[in-house]
Design a protein around this ligand. Structure first.
Ligand SMILES: Nc1ncnc2c1ncn2[C@@H]1O[C@H](COP(=O)(O)OP(=O)(O)OP(=O)(O)O)[C@@H](O)[C@H]1O
Ligand SMILES: [Mg+2]
Length: 256
């Protein structure tokens, strides 16, 4: 479904964002992309919807060589690949309904299809009752669910999410993650770049970890923090903290 072979991305200013990435993501997967800030997560997603073209290597999405795609075919790719961002990117002067409908209308969809598809996705994200509202009248979670509805209205096979819960409180975060999970259960491949450790640790799905533009770990049922190194250190530090709070020395067996 998604394949990267020997992919590097160097921005025009010389920044190497991705370095010799090899990656396969199967149809129907639910995958987290984690790693420190500036490590290349957003850059990797940008390659998949052809916001960036790799400096080297091959990017294949649903059997299409995205790196070689003609400009005239980019719109077609983006119907197959929905994208959701941290800051929602809704049009403020359009209602929920209009924001979602617009994504269909720009593809030249017939009114009949707009009238059928928009209610379908608004129902799916639980916002049918808010369809006449403007983004400024919605909570953050509702705005993100509108953005997800817009990303889904063309029935994409893949949904890319760049920190979809970055601006949300814990309860809206849960709602949005539940929604993304349900979307995945219906067969859409979902790829999420995130800094939210709680979300990643609760879902226990495939976790791909980037560091300095390289994949340094790829676990089928992973955690937000790396196995061994990071997570071990974090656990040790926490234990240390508990012990010092309880007045225990570093080794409780030998302390008084
Ligand atoms: N348009 C750009 N032009 C030049 N350099 C860029 C551009 N976009 C990103 N970079 C650089 O590429 C590297 C990877 O950035 P990217 O945005 O992919 O990281 P990220 O993992 O998404 O970080 P964050 O977690 O902060 O969102 C960084 O060094 C960043 O400064
Ligand atoms: Mg990013």
């Amino acid at each position: 479904m998604i394949s990267l072979r020997g992919v590097s991305l160097v921005y025009p200013n010389g920044t190497r964002a991705l370095d010799a990435i090899d990656l396969e993501i199967a149809k129907g997967s639910f995958v987290f992309l984690v790693g420190h800030s500036g490590t290349g997560k957003s850059s990797l997603l940008r390659l998949l919807y052809r916001e960036q073209v790799p400096t080297r290597g091959e990017v294949t999405v649903d059997a299409t060589r995205v790196d070689k795609l003609r400009r005239s075919k980019v719109a077609l790719l983006r119907r197959n690949v929905g994208v959701v961002f941290q800051d929602f990117k809704l049009l403020g002067d359009k209602t929920v309904w209009e924001n979602v409908a617009f994504a269909l209308q720009v593809t030249g969809a017939r009114t009949k299809d707009v009238m059928r598809q928009v209610p379908r996705v608004l129902d799916l994200v639980g916002l049918a009752h808010k369809s006449r509202m403007f983004p400024s009248e919605l909570s953050g979670g509702e705005q993100q669910r509108t953005a997800i509805a817009r990303a889904l209205v063309n029935n994409p096979k893949i949904l890319l999410c760049d920190e979809p819960t970055g601006n949300l409180d814990p309860s809206n975060t849960n709602e949005v993650m539940d929604l993304l999970h349900r979307i995945n259960l219906k067969g859409t491949t979902v790829l999420i770049a995130t800094h939210n450790a709680i979300v990643v640790d609760r879902m226990r799905r495939r976790v791909i970890r980037l560091e300095n533009g390289k994949i340094v770990a790829d676990e089928e049922r992973g955690y937000y923090l790396a196995a061994g190194g990071d997570r071990g250190t974090a656990a040790a530090e926490e234990l240390e903290l508990v012990r010092s709070r309880n007045g225990l020395g570093t080794n409780p067996l030998f302390s008084e």
